[in-house]
Design a protein around this ligand. Structure first.
Ligand SMILES: Nc1nc2c(c(=O)[nH]1)N[C@H]1C(S)=C(S)[C@@H](COP(=O)(O)OP(=O)(O)OC[C@H]3O[C@@H](n4cnc5c(=O)[nH]c(N)nc54)[C@H](O)[C@@H]3O)O[C@H]1N2
Ligand SMILES: Nc1nc2c(c(=O)[nH]1)N[C@H]1C(S)=C(S)[C@@H](COP(=O)(O)OP(=O)(O)OC[C@H]3O[C@@H](n4cnc5c(=O)[nH]c(N)nc54)[C@H](O)[C@@H]3O)O[C@H]1N2
Ligand code: SF4
Ligand SMILES: [Mo]
Length: 887
């Protein structure tokens, strides 16, 4: 595995820096140190309360993502490297100019739930306090906005009531719209361990797809897309019918009668479940007081996301099952600091510390604290509106920080067009190799994870430190510092004059005291006096942290943050997704995540082993639909609707319901020819939260009639594939590509030389006219530089064997495409931690060597590290084993 060369750093050989994983909202503690050979090494922090030493495949591979080859090292203006002064002066001058001519609402910031709290604080202060507009929104709008809105409606504040331990203490855990096994793997492993220790515990998964999370499910409910509100309404009606309400707790709650009436009026059939399935679910839920309902994007990313959230909260409020050990609704946050962003007021309709922008008392207090010249009185534009306004020229200058909207926003081609046409686009990123960064007028190099200091808040409100262990490359700087520089240059030196990130945190903690005095629950004012050394040493803690309350759960005492102090139940009338499948576009398009990639892959795809799990954009499609479309194994499909078209590999599986397909969200113009799935997602939003319906568009699908298929490998030089379908990913020895097209190239050798940038290389070519295959190895001085395999059928060569040959001497033998008997082909990676392939696992199963997940672990190591592949091991046992998965 290529680990980056050792970098000069603060890390002494024996020392490890305690930091926090930069990926998902579980927020695992990480120890960053060096191994015996001096290479950077990553381990789970045994003392961190989120993971107690565990890491998932992505966390385990963090060291492999620290290479500097693609990093931005200096600011760029119109593609040319400049110094910081030039770039920052330009940003400040252009923003000031636009504000002067067109007013503050003509500029915008689009930021991210991956920013550290301090970054977020500075961005928010600059836009809302000093520029005087609320046009700052975040990718959390695509992620958590419906949960935020649902919480605020029910609780009067955006607060997650529970703790991770509740999942372990519960007798029933419901996962709805959450593929916890892949998306919050360490929390899922905690649940797996709890269930193993207490087999009576029950798990229900509500998801239109059968996902890896169903591995431990006692019941999988394949809900109709958008059918969740119908389920939870049915549950509420049944709670009442069976007399299972908590009448004492209901004294602290308003809206019960209205919510119940709406629940009774709604049609359970809209859930897509049978009466027997609904009854089984109600029996379990009502009969199990200690119940936690975990929900995520299958709930939030919907045009009725907020209502779906409230339908869930209604059931917990009606039964008083909230804020008590083992009980409660639990919205798991996606990004590492999604929660911190909500606390710090990153959304266009919020102020810092859970204060409300549109409440005059809150606004005045924050304005006084900041000594701010101008505070907006109305909420700013939400993400989708913001990019529309940019496209229409109402916003003239935008600064995008730590997010890649050209890939992740719905109607992504319109977002790209808006950026192409905009007057002034600033992007802060760690690399220029993103679809968004390529459109920047000014590109600012940010310090990356492991190079910067700050705090993040995880899904259970635990605030923990990210710490720097490595120097940033070139002149890259932390995001907060870049923002503060611009604030100073726009004319506010005192307000943005911090000299360290600890000072930013201290100011934020002090502001939370002001908020606490106004009744806000987010109060960490105990830390207002924190100095640099204390900040450096800050241990993870669960907020609140003030003189009145420390850590713990919320709302179990019946005290809420609404004006009357009562929790609110909301009447919910279920609504399905806005787009309906029809004759022209018969398939429902579901989208989401895979186990080993993070969003737009700018970091995870640098770790070769993470690219081996699901190494192509794929379209999960039901066998009946596949048969109707004439699809066979390995075929490509073209998905399209009026917005655009995507090409992906068909993954035929009855895990999806007929008429529905699932495509991952990760692929970009950097990694594939045509697989940005958000080009097909309509920008329909929830009317309350503004969150887009990322899982509910419709498409037509046809077989992509490939005349030829290709597989290619090359060394360090980034190849430029030429084909209607291609993917390009990092391999252990450089790059690997899948290719396909209709008409064969007139000269494959010439094409290979162009693609790989090797005009002078010697070619060894084997052509099999009968089979229609061509195999080309390009070598220089006896060293294999690149190889290309072409066939009329999907390419069957052993990928890992060919990858390993690059850079080696045997240019011709690689053309056999198969390793010798001494080195069998491991096949696609299943276990990313220990690098165990599908063929190895299948061999162990079919030979009788392994008949259980544990036995596979004992024989091959697979599944013994992070455990994320254990559901896939169980599925392989069920498919290929004689005794089945139960063994
Ligand atoms: N490996 C990995 N982990 C990640 C991330 C990543 O990129 N990669 N990203 C992080 C982020 S930011 C987030 S927000 C989280 C997201 O975590 P999740 O929400 O768990 O992930 P998704 O795959 O987006 O969607 C979850 C499930 O919702 C289902 N679904 C679709 N429609 C419906 C519906 O109408 N009802 C129900 N009940 N379910 C439905 C989908 O089939 C899918 O299995 O993951 C975080 N963790
Ligand atoms: N169809 C569909 N679309 C979706 C979703 C879905 O489920 N389906 N999910 C949505 C959700 S929940 C989310 S959260 C979004 C995520 O979507 P994005 O936020 O757009 O995806 P990322 O790849 O995380 O983008 C982060 C960017 O920040 C850069 N970066 C990394 N480190 C740093 C740093 O320290 N500083 C700076 N300035 N930049 C840095 C990375 O290189 C990358 O370009 O996607 C949303 N879009
Ligand atoms: S579960 Fe994995 S991705 Fe999430 S924080 Fe932990 S190690 Fe990182
Ligand atoms: Mo997210």
């Amino acid at each position: 595995m290529t680990s980056p060369a050792p970098r000069r750093s603060r890390l002494a050989p024996s020392e490890a820096i305690r930091t926090t994983c930069p990926y998902c909202g579980v927020g695992c503690g990480v120890l960053l140190g060096r191994d015996g050979a001096g290479r950077i090494a990553v381990k789970g922090d045994p003392d961190h309360p989120a993971n107690f030493g565990r890491l998932c495949s992505k966390g385990t591979a963090l060291a492999e993502t620290l290479g500097l080859d693609d990093r931005l090292r200096a600011p760029r203006v119109l593609g040319h490297e400049t110094g910081w002064d030039t770039a920052l002066d330009l940003v400040a001058a252009r923003f000031s100019e636009v504000i002067r001519e067109h007013g503050p609402d003509a500029v915008a910031f689009y930021v991210s739930g991956q920013l550290l709290t301090e970054d977020y604080y500075v961005a928010n202060k600059l836009m809302k306090g000093f520029i005087g507009s609320a046009n700052i929104d975040t990718n959390s709008r695509l992620c958590m906005a419906s949960s935020v809105a649902g919480h605020r409606r029910a609780f009067g504040t955006d607060t997650v009531p529970g703790l991770y331990a509740d999942l372990e203490e519960a007798d029933l855990v419901v996962l709805t719209g959450s593929n916890l096994a892949w998306c919050h793997p360490v929390l899922y492993q905690r649940l797996v361990a709890a269930k193993a220790a207490r087999p009576a515990m029950r798990v229900v998964v509500i998801d239109p797809r059968r996902t890896a999370s169903c591995d431990i499910a006692d019941l999988h409910l394949a809900v109709a897309p958008g059918g969740d509100a119908a389920i939870f309404n049915a549950l509420l009606a049944e709670i009442d019918r069976r007399g299972a309400t908590d009448t004492a707790f209901l004294r602290h709650v308003t809206g019960f009668a209205e919510a119940l009436a709406a629940a009774r009026a709604s049609d359970p059939a809209e859930s897509g479940l049978s009466p027997a399935e609904l009854e089984a679910f109600c029996d379990l839920w009502i009969g199990t007081p200690k119940v936690v309902t975990v929900y995520s994007q299958g709930i939030n990313q919907s045009s009725s996301g907020t209502d779906k959230v409230n339908a869930i909260l209604n059931c917990h409020l009606a039964t008083g099952r909230i804020g008590r050990p083992g009980m409660g609704p639990f919205s798991v946050t996606g990004q590492p600091n999604a929660m911190g962003g909500r606390e710090v007021g990153g959304l266009a309709n919020m102020l810092a510390c859970h204060l409300d922008l549109e409440a005059p008392a809150h606004r005045t207090a924050v304005q006084a604290f900041w000594d701010a010249p101008a505070m907006p009185e109305r909420a700013g534009l939400k993400a989708v509106e913001m990019f529309r306004a940019l496209g229409e020229g109402r916003i003239k200058a935008i600064w995008i920080i730590h997010t890649n909207p050209v890939v992740s926003m719905p109607e992504a081609d319109a977002v790209r067009a808006a950026l192409e046409g905009a007057d002034f686009v600033v992007v802060s990123d760690i690399t220029e190799c993103t679809d968004t960064a390529r459109l920047a007028h000014v590109l600012l190099p940010a310090a990356a994870w492991a190079e910067k200091e700050g705090t993040v808040t995880n899904s259970e409100r635990c605030i923990s430190r990210q710490r720097a262990a490595l120097p940033a490359p070139g002149s890259a700087r932390p995001d907060w510092e870049i923002l503060a520089e611009v604030g100073r240059r726009m004319g506010w030196p005192a307000a943005f004059g911090w000299s360290s990130v600890a000072e930013v945190f201290a100011e934020y903690a002090a502001l939370s005291g002001v908020a606490g005095a106004l009744g806000s629950d987010f109060d960490i004012s105990d830390l207002a006096g924190i100095d640099a050394a204390e900040y450096d040493a800050l241990a993870p803690f669960v907020w609140p942290r003030n003189a009145r309350k420390n850590g713990g759960r919320f709302f179990g005492d019946g005290r809420f943050h609404t004006p009357d102090g009562k929790g609110r139940m909301l009447p919910v009338t279920p609504r399905g997704p806005e787009s309906r499948p029809g004759a022209a576009f018969p398939f429902r398009l579901n989208t989401g995540r895979t186990r080993d990639q993070w969003h737009t892959m700018t970091r995870t795809a640098k770790a070769p082993r993470l690219n081996q799990h699901l190494g192509e954009p794929y379209c999960e499609i039901h066998p009946e639909d596949a048969a109707r479309l004439g699809l066979g194994a390995g075929d490509l499909v073209r998905l399209h609707n009026p917005l655009g078209a995507v090409i992906a590999r068909a993954a035929i599986s009855d895990a999806v319901r007929p008429g529905e397909v699932f495509v991952p969200m990760h692929w970009t113009a950097e990694t594939a020819s045509a697989a940005r799935i958000d080009t097909l997602v309509r920008a329909v939003t929830d009317p309350i939260s503004g969150q887009p319906e990322s899982k509910g568009s419709v498409v037509a699908i046809e077989r992509f009639a490939a005349g030829w298929h290709g597989f290619a490998v090359s060394g360090e030089i980034r190849p430029e594939p030429e084909a209607p379908y291609w993917t390009r990913l990092r391999s252990a020895s450089g790059w690997q590509m899948e290719l396909a097209g209709s008409d064969p190239a007139p000269d494959w050798e010439a094409l290979a030389r162009r693609m790989f940038g090797l005009p002078g290389a010697t070619a060894a070519t084997v052509t099999d006219a009968a089979r229609g295959t061509v195999r080309i190895a390009l070598h220089e001085d006896g060293v294999l530089r690149a190889a290309l395999f072409i066939s009329p059928r999907p390419i069957a060569v052993a990928r890992s064997h060919v990858v390993a040959a690059v850079g080696g001497p045997d240019a011709v033998r690689v053309l056999a495409g198969r390793p010798g008997a001494d080195a069998p082909d491991p096949g696609p990676t299943v276990c990313a931690c220990l690098n165990v392939g599908l063929n190895q696992i299948c061999a162990a199963i079919t030979s009788g060597q392994a008949s259980s997940v544990e036995a596979i672990g004992a024989a091959l190591g697979a599944g013994t590290s992070c455990g994320s592949c254990r559901p896939e091991l169980a599925a392989l046992l069920a498919r290929f084993g004689t005794k089945g998965a139960a063994a």
